[in-house]
Ligand binder design. Structure first.
Ligand SMILES: NC(=O)c1ccc[n+]([C@@H]2O[C@H](COP(=O)([O-])OP(=O)(O)OC[C@H]3O[C@@H](n4cnc5c(N)ncnc54)[C@H](OP(=O)(O)O)[C@@H]3O)[C@@H](O)[C@H]2O)c1
Length: 283
């Protein structure tokens, strides 16, 4: 009989946490919302970990307002850098491993091929910088999962925005010069669970497959919803008015190379998972 590790998931109100909670749905899983555990409070983190004594801490808590981070670096650092540091310090005391969820925004996006786990990081935003600092807080035995363009059933995300605009037949404009792998929280959560079972450590890119621009992503969603794809028009990032405060990588495509090396299948092409997700969203 295999013994399930006791897993503690932070940021329980977030979109990824909600799907992680479903995937790890055992009596050995504890999900703590921000109100129950603020990861930026070192003492609270210490006492929670010494109380619950998890085997694995999955940190899905973050300040994900990329533009907001530009105007409040202190808050971004407190949550995205200090938070993971507090978790590692507490993990050290209770003997837990940490899984830190990270982002494509640790890269500058100028490479002309998909990013490998070993590629040089060079974040261009406060969000990306503070998330990289969160990665650097990890130890050798911890796991860093970088994902990109997350959408799911829970929380607010671009998929839900597009579905809402499509339903109201409003015209949309999306940039066609930023490309990435749209990733669905339900698929990413399954792969994270597989990595935890394997006791994987180091850096893994975990995304759905199928690189598209935001414009192509919107077109694909409209197509699947049976709406005319002419409802969306392309625009260049430089034409955005007003410009977004945070710089985004032009190339956000993460190659899931380490998953292949570990003998795991990466999450499927996003177009395979999209119909089921749309059905649930539109129900
Ligand atoms: N969203 C994306 O496109 C994307 C892309 C790549 C990587 N990621 C990474 O994936 C992970 C999950 O992202 P997500 O999209 O699920 O984010 P999300 O929906 O914004 O969830 C983040 C959760 O963290 C909570 N939180 C914020 N500050 C906290 C604190 N000090 N202590 C405890 N909880 C706190 C938030 O609570 P409140 O809502 O109450 O503030 C929220 O429930 C994050 O590490 C993110 O950086 C996201």
């Amino acid at each position: 009989m295999t013994v399930e590790p006791q897993v503690l998931i932070t940021g329980g109100g977030g979109q990824l946490s909600k799907d992680l909670a479903q995937v790890f749905d055992t009596s050995e899983t504890l999900v703590l919302s921000r109100g129950e555990l603020d990861i930026s409070q070192a003492e609270a983190v210490d006492s929670a970990m010494l109380h619950y004594r998890p085997d694995v801490i999955i940190n899905a808590a973050a300040w994900t307002d990329v533009d907001g981070c530009e105007s409040n670096e202190e808050k971004a650092r407190l949550i995205n850098s200090e938070g993971p540091r507090n978790l590692v310090a507490a993990a050290q005391k209770c003997g837990a491993r940490v899984v830190q969820i990270s982002t494509d925004y640790v890269f500058d996006g100028v490479l002309d091929r998909p990013y490998l786990e070993c590629d040089q990081t060079n974040p261009q935003s406060i969000y990306g910088q503070t998330k990289l600092e969160g990665e650097l807080a990890m130890r050798k035995q911890d796991l860093i999962v970088r994902t990109s363009w997350l959408c799911g059933l829970h929380g607010s995300n671009i998929l839900k925005t597009i579905v809402g605009l499509a339903a109201s037949e409003s015209p949309m404009v999306f940039v066609d010069d930023q490309i990435g792998h749209p990733s669905f929280t339900c698929d990413v959560a399954v792969t994270i669970q597989e990595l935890v079972s394997l006791q994987a450590h180091g850096i893994f890119h975990v995304t759905n497959q199928g690189a598209v621009s935001w414009f192509e992503f919107a077109q694909t969603i409209l197509e699947h919803m049976g709406h005319p794809i002419t409802q969306v028009s392309p625009i260049a990032t430089s034409q955005l008015d007003p410009p977004r405060p945070a710089q985004r990588p032009a190339n956000s495509v993460l190659e899931n190379a380490e998953l292949h090396r570990a003998g795991l299948d990466p999450p499927p092409d996003f177009r395979e998972s999209l119909p089921e997700l749309l059905e649930a969203l539109c129900a």
